[in-house]
Ligand binder design. Structure first.
Ligand SMILES: *Cc1c(COP(=O)(O)O)cnc(C)c1O
Length: 382
């Protein structure tokens, strides 16, 4: 049966992982091999060397390509390796436009290594598409998007970005880590490259670091393959297998975690200690309608502001159920302090200007009962 006939949740379970053709095994074997026999070098088989291709990794790569609706998928050693691979498709002298509240690691590589190698970046508030248009220079080659953004859950209009990009002949690249293809499929809007930190919701269990990339066209697929093979930042077979296993349960986890995020966000706005809650599922979120147009749900990450840094740090130290640390998208609720964790790489004045205040906490809701999460936060807030 062609997977094209299946609904999305069925494809999550079955894509890229039909039973093993040799043994009938129900899960893709972990091909823990670096090299493949080539008795006739002029007629190599499907695989020659695992950096260039490995059957376990390929199962994951096919799966994510199919789920995002792209031509080619790629599995990388981390989300940052996937993001770097997309930038490596550009060259010295090129210019990219990125969101001002972009993921801290992406900010770091753009403003340090890639800058050193001659890639220039302009950061703009992408909730205003006209600012993207105004930032286009003669050497601009790509627009990099993250929506909902991290940690303020700002929304960027996917169709508006694609329209600007087409007018100026630019590549469109998106970090789709927060929504995952279960909630948002940017290639359907015309995006060229979709990236993921599969460490988060796709892996889903806080037990693997992995990255994924998907291209809209075969030509872009060829270019990303060349980067992956040249740089060698591939995902190993064991981690490919565990990431595939996470992918199979993405729909049920995301649905439950998102429901909990909505309950928690609605409760937090009524608490006197909470100054503001950022979550696209809330009625007063400034871009709620836009988000609902391009995504099938608000996701399972929210952030909230307490009055100052001591209040935020006290809460972080006081939680007993929520996991205090970096990362998100696990089965356990994870509470982070963006100013000193995900966005520590950003200078304080930049951070502040971008709305990442000293009292801001980010919560990724897990699979616990929302009542327990709220009780935990309540006792930690004191
Ligand atoms: C975590 C994260 C990354 C980086 O991914 P790693 O797997 O940690 O390298 C990139 N973008 C977003 C939105 C993330 O949350």
């Amino acid at each position: 049966m062609s997977h094209k006939d299946l609904e999305f949740t069925s494809r999550l379970v079955h894509s890229g992982q039909d039973r093993d053709p040799f043994t009938g095994a129900s899960s893709v074997p972990i091909y823990q091999a670096s090299t493949f026999a080539q008795p006739d070098p002029d007629h190599p088989g499907a695989y020659d060397y695992s950096r260039s291709g490995n059957p376990t990794r390929e199962a994951l790569e096919k799966s994510i390509a199919e789920l995002e609706g792209g031509t080619h998928g790629f599995a990388f050693a981390s989300g940052m390796a996937a993001i770097s691979a997309a930038f490596f498709m550009l060259k010295a002298g090129d210019h990219v436009i990125a969101p001002e509240d972009v993921y801290g690691g992406t900010y770091r590589i753009l403003t340090s290594l890639l800058k050193q190698w001659g890639l220039a970046t302009t950061f703009v508030d992408m909730t205003y598409p006209e600012r993207i248009d105004q930032a286009v220079l003669p050497n601009t080659r790509a627009i990099f998007v993250e929506t909902p953004s991290n940690p303020l859950l700002k929304i960027t209009d996917l169709d508006a970005v694609v329209a600007i990009a087409r007018r100026h002949d630019l590549l469109t690249i998106i970090d789709n880590t927060f929504p995952t293809p279960f909630l948002q499929r940017p290639i359907a809007h015309g995006f060229d490259i979709v990236l993921h930190s599969a460490t988060k919701f796709i892996g889903g269990h806080s037990d693997v670091i992995a990255g994924l990339g998907v291209t809209r066209t075969a030509e872009l697929g060829r270019r990303m393959k060349a980067v992956q093979n040249s740089v060698g930042s591939i995902l190993g077979p064991q981690d490919s297998w565990i990431t595939l296993r996470g992918l199979r349960t993405l729909a049920v986890r995301m649905e439950a975690q998102q429901r909990t995020a909505q309950t928690v966000a609605e409760a937090l706005i009524t608490w006197p200690q909470v100054v503001k809650v950022h979550y696209p599922g809330l009625k007063d979120h400034p871009s709620r309608t836009l988000h609902e147009r391009q995504s099938s749900g608000p996701g399972a990450v929210l952030s909230f502001e307490l009055k100052d840094a001591p209040a935020a740090l006290r809460t972080l130290a006081g939680v007993k159920l929520c996991f205090p640390g970096v990362s998100l998208g696990g089965v356990e609720s994870i509470l982070s302090y963006p100013a000193r964790m995900s966005h520590a790489a950003m200078p304080p004045e930049e951070r502040h200007a971008r709305g990442i205040t000293p009292g801001l906490l980010r919560l990724s809701t897990g699979l616990e009962d929302p009542r327990d999460i709220l009780n935990d936060l309540k006792q930690a807030l004191g």
